[in-house]
Design a protein around this ligand. Sequence first.
Ligand code: PMP
Length: 451
Amino acid sequence: MSTVDRARLAGLHARERQAFLEARPRSRALAEQAAAHMPGGVPMSWMVKWPGDFPVFVAGAAGAHFTCVDGIDHVDLCLGDTGAMMGHSPAPTVEAVTHQLARGITTMLPTEDAIAVSSGLAERFGLPYWQFTLTATDANRHAIRYARHLTGRSKVVVHNWCYHGSVDEAFATLGPGGATTNRPGNIGAPVPTSETTRVVEFNDLAALEQALAHGDVAAILVEPALTNIGIVLPDPGYNEGVRELATRYGALLVNDETHTICAGPGGYTGAHGLQPDMLVIGKSIGGGIPCGTFGFSQQIADRIATSVELEEIDVGGIGGTLAGNGLSMAAMKATLEQVMTAEAFEWMVPLADAWADGVQAGIDAVGADWHVTRLGARAEYNFSGRPSRDGQDAHDADDFELQQYLHLHALNRGILLTPFHNMALMSPATTAADVDAHTEMFGACLKELFA
Ligand code: PMP
C-alpha cells in the first residue's frame, strides 16, 4: 500500500473538489437538469463514479482530445475505456458510416461489407469463422452459450476479479477454500454464481487443473492479460498452459481481446501466437460505433452447423435484431482496414512506453512505493511497488480514495484517465505533447502529495 498521509490527502482532495466546482458551472447546471429524469443525472449508472461532484458533460471530441461544455480542452487517456482506442471519430470510419447512414442503417439482411470484415478478422486473429453482436458483453454471452451447447457441460471458468462485461457467469470471485462466491456488488444475480462458475487465480495452472478436473467445465473465459483490476501480465508459459489444460479436459478456450487488443493488431493472441478455440472482441473495432464479434474454429463451426435447428434459430439465445447491421459493418470495415493498422500500433506503443517512463520518473522523484505495468498501447500504475501477480494481489493494491484524488487532480488540469483504475491508453491521434502534459502533471501531483 502507499504511504500517503491521509489527512494531507483529504485536504488536497477538498481543494480539488472546490476547483472542479468553480471551473465547470455549465456541466454543473446540466448535471442538475439531467437529474430530473435520470438517476444521478447520468444516462448510464457508472458515470456517477467519475471523480468530481458531477460528471463532465462533453461538447465535442476529436482524435485524442475532447472539449467539455465549459470550453475546457482535455487530453483523453481514457478513450471511452477503449471504445475510442482508435481516436475519437477517426476520419475513415466517419466517412464510411456517413456513406452508409443514407443507405439504410439496419435491415436484418447482410451487406457486402460483412464479407470483408469477417475475412479481415480471420486473417488478423487466425480463426476462420465470425459472428457479430452489438457489444463485447453479448459476444461473450454468445461464446458461452455455444460452449455449453457443444460440450453439454454447465460451468464456466473465469479468473478472480476478471471483468468481461455484464456476463452473469463472470460476476464471481474466489471465496474461502476456493469456493465460488458472488462478486461484491453483483446486482440481481439470477442464480448463485457457484451454480455456473468456477473461479481461479490468474497465473495459477494448478488451480485451473483442479477446476477442470470436475469434468463439468464448458468454457474457460479469459483475458490473456488481466486489464480490469489493474494490469496483470501472464507468467511465461501461462497462456500456453491454459491452452494445454483446456484441450486435455475438453473445455473450450475463449480469449476475450476487448482490452488486450492494445498489445498489437492481432491483440495479445496474435502478438504471442496463442490458439484459443474462440476469440471475442468489441468496443474499438468499430471506431466507437456499437459492435462486437466472436470468432471460432472450423471444428466449432462444423459442430454448430449440425446441431442447431433452422426452425428455432431466431429464438435460441444467440443473435439479435440489430446485430450485424449495415452501419456497424461499415464502421468495422473502415476501422479495421484503415485505422487499426500495424502502423498505428507502431505509433501508439512507444507513446505508452513514454507515458510509463514519465510515471516512473514521477514515482522515483518522491520514492513512492508504486509500480507501472505496460501492455502495448496501454499502461497502468498501482500502489504496491511491484507488479501484481494475480487478481487478488491487484485488488488488494487498490486504494479508492487515493485514486479518486489522483483522477480529479488530473481532470482539473485537463487530463482524463480511465476511471476505476490508473490506466492510460494511447490512440493513433495521441501525441508526445499529450504524454508530456501527463508526465508534468503527475510529477507535480506526487511532489505535493508526498511533500
Ligand atoms: N470484455 C472486456 C475484457 C472488457 O473490458 C469489457 C468492458 N470493459 C467487456 C468485455 C464488455 O464490453 P461492453 O461493455 O462494451 O459490452
